[in-house]
Design a protein around this ligand. Structure first.
Ligand SMILES: [Zn+2]
Length: 317
């Protein structure tokens, strides 16, 4: 009966109260499959962590164009129990509270629920590559996604062939745009966790239980010009430093030394470190595999085409 899970996934009960069904459950299951694949989940125990919530929110962006409010990971984490997919386990002494708890917020659920358990046979399937693919196909092919959302999901997951989108649907949809959006989400989901949800320049990390984070995935060689979403073309930056990087107020040199265009702008930062104060610092990339570090080829483009300061007078550039 092992092979039944993809079929069961297609029969998930999703919220159909509004015009389009809200696919919270399929999106959380896609996030859980990713975490099993990456080794972030190694037993049938699933914890409602900020990291899992972040991944869920990435998937939620696929349906964001519907105009619904922000995705809420606590809803599928709670309601997948009724589908027999997640069994909630209470913290010690809180079994009674489990019966009456409602999915008001991540924090509230986590106060009562220690973790959820996947059925053993489902978890075993999730650890197998081919079975994961079958489950992803069942989830993406479900009738809760629109054709353009399936294109984005396929692009996110690097699935070739758009199995769940027929030629007619492709023709009626600006597929290239959807592919770009899907790849952009994938870029963010790769880069931000790789940098520990922290800004490469200032180290700032804010990750909420809901999965919202201060840090963004920045392209080094501007994406609209390069169409390049390699990991080595990315860095995680807080919003301020992402903006300043895109404006060319700072860049990185050959030794990953910070170069700030100090003479080219004015700034006041009475209560925090100014951008200029980072000049000549080196960023710490030691936690990244060499192939994941920002590529000097892309940094060279940024130094030449975006940086607004004068490079020739600066050593080490
Ligand atoms: Zn920063």
């Amino acid at each position: 009966m092992l092979a039944d899970w993809p079929r069961k996934f297609q029969k998930l009960r999703v919220d159909r109260a509004s015009k389009t069904p809200a696919p919270h459950k399929p999106l959380l299951l896609l996030a859980i499959l990713d975490f099993v694949e990456s080794g972030d989940i190694v037993t049938p125990r699933v914890k409602l962590t900020p990291e899992l919530a972040f991944r869920f929110l990435g998937y939620w962006e696929v349906v964001a164009a519907r105009g619904r409010s922000m995705g809420r990971v606590e809803l599928p984490f709670f309601h997948l129990q009724s589908d027999g997919i997640l069994r909630h386990v209470a913290h010690d002494g809180l079994d009674a509270a489990l019966a009456s708890i409602r999915p008001i917020s991540v924090q509230l659920l986590n106060r009562v629920i220690s973790h959820a358990e996947l059925p053993e046979d489902l978890f075993a399937l999730m650890t197998d590559q081919q079975s994961r693919e079958a489950m992803r196909r069942a989830l993406i092919g479900g009738n809760w996604f629109l054709p353009n959302e399936r294109i984005k999901l396929n692009a996110m997951l690097g699935i070739e062939g758009d199995f769940s989108v027929n030629a007619e649907e492709m023709a009626s949809s600006p597929a290239q745009e959807e592919v770009c959006q899907g790849r952009d989400i994938r870029f963010r989901l790769l880069i931000v966790p790789l940098y520990g949800y922290s800004c490469l320049l200032c180290g700032m990390k804010v990750l909420l239980p809901s999965g919202t984070t201060l840090v963004e995935a920045a392209h080094i060689h501007q994406f609209s010009k390069s169409r390049n979403d390699d990991i080595a073309n990315g860095m995680a930056l807080c919003r301020n430093h992402h903006w300043a990087f895109d404006q060319g107020l700072w860049t990185l040199g050959h030794d990953f030394n910070v170069i700030v265009a100090c003479d080219s702008f004015t700034e006041e930062a009475p209560n925090q470190l100014s951008l200029s104060a980072y000049h000549s610092h080196s960023v710490d990339l030691s936690h990244l595999a060499v192939e994941h570090r920002p590529s000097q080829k892309y940094l060279e483009w940024h130094r030449r085409h975006k940086f607004i300061g004068n490079l020739s007078s600066r050593p080490g550039t």
